[in-house]
Design a protein around this ligand. Structure first.
Ligand code: 5GP
Ligand code: 5GP
Length: 216
């Protein structure tokens, strides 16, 4: 374990909503990004008790060949942890280097934890779960409603959120779920951070047609 990671207490499993990420022109998503009609992984981030994030400055650099030796893991990561801009290895490498390499876990073990908690908790059906709790694509809600929907869903935890701005409108970009240190179970986030307005309506977009693609 490297000094950066001394006091990490739990993880954030950061999930991103692809239409929100991709409908901002500067993000230039790959045209294949439209196949991701479910929440995908942005990262698995070590966090301190009070919610402070840990950014790695040391530890073994990303080794793609090592990852590629685990075929099943790669297949799962292509589904759950795609780079919406195109090159998966690039995104995985950036995430490992910034949030993984200093915490004392072996690289593939780190990626397996993210993939396992995502699969075991059936995160690919989170949209359907939100629908059951009256959160529908293309509509807008207050952040408290998103929070209550997740708390009352089968996940039964309090998450944090990240929003971005599309013109004057805030959109839901990320759901940040707190995960225990072993990486196996979700838990309530006990602190609140994120750049979502608590007073205005936040859109849950679905318009893939408005997306600016990376040129072929
Ligand atoms: P943003 O300002 O877009 O929220 O975050 C920029 C970057 O800072 C993120 O991509 C992430 O790498 C890092 N960051 C922001 N918040 C946290 C956090 O709570 N924990 C960790 N570990 N990193 C964070
Ligand atoms: P962080 O540094 O906090 O781990 O990640 C933040 C960065 O990741 C931002 O620059 C954001 O634009 C980028 N990001 C989020 N989702 C994706 C994605 O699907 N692909 C790529 N390449 N970058 C992403």
């Amino acid at each position: 374990v490297f000094p950066d990671a001394e006091d990490y207490d739990h993880f954030y499993l950061v999930l991103q909503w692809p239409p929100t990420f991709c409908n901002l022109a500067p993000n230039k998503c790959h045209k294949n990004a439209t196949k991701f009609t479910y929440f995908t992984i942005h990262g698995l981030w070590p966090q301190k008790k009070n919610g402070g994030g840990i950014i790695c400055t040391s530890g073994p650099a990303f080794d793609y060949d090592k990852l590629a030796r685990e075929k099943k893991l790669i297949e799962r990561m292509k589904k759950f942890w795609p780079n919406l801009r195109g090159k998966d290895e690039q995104f995985w490498g950036d995430e490992w280097n910034k949030h993984g390499r200093c915490i004392g876990l072996e690289q593939n073990d780190y990626f397996n934890r993210a993939a396992n908690v995502y699969a075991n908790e059936n995160i690919s059906s989170l949209v359907e779960e939100l629908e059951k709790h009256e959160i529908h694509e293309g509509k807008s809600y207050r952040i408290e409603q998103y929070k209550e929907a997740i708390k009352s869903s089968r996940l039964n935890v309090t998450p944090n959120f990240q929003c971005n701005e599309h013109g004057q409108v805030q959109q839901l970009l990320e759901v940040k779920l707190c995960v225990c240190k072993k990486g196996t179970k979700f838990q309530d986030c006990t602190y609140k951070v994120g750049q979502c307005s608590t007073t205005s309506l936040i859109r849950f977009p679905h318009e893939w047609n408005k997306i600016t693609h990376r040129p072929d």
